[in-house]
Design a binder for this molecule. Structure first.
Ligand SMILES: [Zn+2]
Length: 63
């Protein structure tokens, strides 16, 4: 599942959110979407939602 894509902090945060904080290896958004069998857009929306609500401390809240 691992690929050579450079990971954004949001992708790492989402991975920790979805797969657990103990994860040592992270997947990029495309790989996470493929693994979860959802669209990449859906994960992007999820990241956006976490940013907007600020409910998850893994994601910095955007103003
Ligand atoms: Zn990947």
């Amino acid at each position: 599942m691992k690929c050579k894509n450079t990971l954004m902090s949001d992708e790492i945060a989402l991975h920790r959110k979805l797969f657990g904080r103990a994860s040592r290896e992270y997947m990029c958004l495309d790989c996470q979407a493929e693994y979860l069998r959802v669209s990449r857009e859906r994960l992007e929306n999820l990241i956006d939602m976490y940013h907007r609500t600020g409910i998850c401390t893994l994601f910095a809240k955007k103003d």
